[in-house]
Design a protein around this ligand. Structure first.
Ligand code: ZN
Length: 254
């Protein structure tokens, strides 16, 4: 009977990883509402930036139109002065026509500016409402953070401890087996190992405890006889006999 080193060392690592996964999941749950509130707040911020950008564009347009109106009004004034200095009726009429044309343009510009001013007022009101919404979102997030801070700190501390324990567990696993383990862990985090499941005396129905697909009796025999890893052909998990688990691992590794 060979001395079994590999599977017990792997099971020890497996046990640590399971607890680590559960703890991380716990942290995930605690911070889920918080992250949702953070996302919500980020969206409100984006929307606020968009609205403020739009407001700046409107203000720039208004300024440009007001400038254009001023220029036109000044020109109209000049033409009025010129009107008094005309010598012929023909020149007089020509300038009058030009003045009335420019006045029409000014009226058109003023109409446009009025529309923009109305848009600006609506947008300013919307921004105020939006800022209020954002304030409520920030308050909600602060409250969530305050209520979960202690729990988050505790879970983070636990995770640090588990990561240290994991380093120790990893050191005990033979290099080749560890390579397999870490590769499977990427696909089945915290569930790399699966117990071989069968009823005592019914060796026709042997199954992988991870995916529940049937296993060969040959797999089981090899697993019994050698200190090396056997993997489920269906899911790739590393198989073990529950009877050679440590009592620690047995309680959590199922
Ligand atoms: Zn399997």
């Amino acid at each position: 009977m060979p001395e079994f080193v590999t599977i017990p060392a792997l099971l020890n690592l497996h046990h640590t990883d399971r607890v680590l996964c559960d703890t991380r999941e716990g942290l995930e749950n605690v911070t889920r509402d918080q992250r949702a509130a953070e996302d919500h707040l980020a969206k409100l911020d984006d929307e606020l930036s968009r609205m403020e950008r739009e407001l700046r564009e409107i203000l720039a347009k208004i300024a440009a139109e007001e400038l254009e109106t001023d220029v036109k009004l000044q020109h109209i004034e000049k033409m009025r002065t010129a009107l008094n200095e005309t010598k012929t009726t023909k020149d007089y009429s020509a300038i009058l026509v030009q003045i009335s044309a420019e006045k029409a343009l000014v009226a058109e510009l003023e109409g446009k500016t009025e529309v923009l001013m109305a848009n600006k007022q609506d947008l300013e009101k919307a921004i105020e409402t939006h800022k209020e919404k954002r304030r409520m979102g920030a308050d909600n997030l602060a409250a969530l953070r305050a209520s979960s801070a202690a729990k988050v700190a505790e879970l983070n501390h636990r995770i640090e401890e588990l990561l240290a324990a994991r380093v120790e567990a990893v050191a005990k696993v033979p290099a080749e087996a560890l390579k397999h383990y870490e590769r499977i862990a990427q696909r089945h985090p915290g569930e790399v190992m699966a117990p071989v499941e069968f009823e005592e005396g019914d060796l026709e129905n042997i199954a992988c405890g991870g995916c529940f697909m049937g296993l060969n009796r040959e797999d089981v025999n090899l697993l019994r006889g050698r200190d090396e890893i056997r993997r489920c052909r269906s899911c790739g998990r590393i198989l073990y006999f529950a009877r050679i688990t440590t009592s620690d691992a047995k309680s959590t590794a199922k």
